[in-house]
Design a protein around this ligand. Structure first.
Ligand SMILES: [Zn+2]
Length: 365
């Protein structure tokens, strides 16, 4: 049976153990004061957090909270409206719900500030409007600055039985251990390709070949698969970035630097540019991973199947040691980005060093 079918109205593809856990805690009346939803992007963490909130805030079931919200009351309608807006890629901020508050890092900021956390805590500490609970979600909670993390911790040390806080996190190391130890940790894992494949066919009427392509491209991240399916420009851009990386291997440094220039849009804020650059590097990592798979004759597992013959050509002049070095080069690039090196420099460093191998083998650039 399909995972999505088992979950019924719970909007999570795969990771069904997490859905079961949350349903059970609602059923047993054992809802915790704080949760950490941990895992890579695009696994549906925020969507699940919102649905959990919808269950806790449903007006019809407030006497006995149910894992099946009514979907008709004013509270439920607001959550559903928000889901539809999100599906259309409209702004998340529009939802105004007296007992629900979502805080996320501003796109142009590196951290969530202490003032933002104080505002968040203040809203949650006011008595509830219509529901038994007040629910707060903090997206990018691994981007709290120290003062903000301390302010949040203080609230967690004096828990209010009606307040539920959900922290959405990709990097648990960036969160103070004291916050982690006070929370229930839900670990989201990449979803098997087969589940995404079936989901795309059953729920989005995708053709088999498209479902196969997208389930591989998305590397276990359902929300990415859906975005690739529903946004043709995004899909093309995704593939274009993979092709760009492959072209580097036939280009001279000037041509590569020119290509890099086209990736940096001056209109974007530096934080936006940094996160776009990180996504670009992740796509390039996929190409290198594919080269390694093809090198080991595991062609049936490649992510970027549409360019597998081009990837094969990269391999003609490279051995596995070269590929590992390229993997390390990209890994290092992500590290530089995290340490605030300018995205342009990070990308330039990649394209300049792609051919390091030649330098060591025959002594010229
Ligand atoms: Zn309801």
């Amino acid at each position: 049976m399909l995972d999505s079918a088992k979950n019924k109205e719970w909007p999570l593809i795969g990771n069904s153990h997490l859905t079961r856990f949350l349903k059970k805690s609602i059923g047993n009346g054992q809802v915790g004061g704080s949760y950490i939803f941990l895992g890579p992007d695009n696994l549906g963490k925020t969507t699940l957090a919102r649905f959990f909130a919808q269950c806790l805030l449903c007006e019809k079931t407030k006497d006995k909270i149910s894992p099946y919200p009514c979907s008709e009351c004013r509270s439920c309608q607001q959550f559903q409206g928000q889901r539809e807006r999100k599906a259309k890629d409209e702004d998340e901020k529009q939802m105004v719900h007296g007992d629900f508050h979502l805080l996320k890092k501003a796109k142009d900021k590196k951290f969530i500030s202490v003032d933002e956390i104080r505002g968040f805590i203040k809203i949650l500490s006011m008595s509830s409007f219509l529901s038994k609970y007040k629910v707060g979600i903090i997206k990018h909670a691994d981007k709290l600055n120290l003062e903000a993390a301390n302010a949040l911790l203080k609230t967690m040390e004096e828990p209010n039985s009606n307040v539920v806080i959900i922290l959405i996190v990709t990097d648990i190391e960036s969160l103070p251990k004291t916050i982690v130890s006070r929370s229930q940790l839900l670990q989201f894992r990449p979803v098997p390709n087969g589940i995404i494949y079936n989901y795309l066919i059953d729920s989005h009427n995708a053709s088999r070949s498209r479902a196969k392509d997208l389930s591989r491209l998305s590397l276990g991240r359902p929300a990415l698969a859906i975005k690739l399916l529903e946004t043709p420009e995004f899909y093309e851009q995704f593939k274009e970035l993979a092709r760009m990386f492959i072209s580097f291997f036939n280009q001279n440094i000037n041509e590569r630097l020119q290509a890099i220039g086209s990736l940096i849009n001056k209109k974007n804020s530096s934080q936006e540019t940094a996160s776009r650059t990180r996504r670009t590097i992740e796509i390039w990592e996929g190409v290198i991973r594919d080269s390694i798979l093809i090198n080991f004759n595991l062609d049936n597992r490649v992510q970027h199947e549409y360019v597998s013959s081009e990837i094969g050509r990269i391999l003609e002049s490279r051995n596995s040691r070269d590929l590992i070095r390229l993997e390390e080069l990209l890994e290092q690039a992500k590290k530089y980005l995290r340490n605030n090196v300018s995205p342009r420099l990070v990308l330039e460093n990649i394209v300049i060093n792609i051919d390091d191998r030649r330098q060591t083998t025959d002594g010229r650039m």
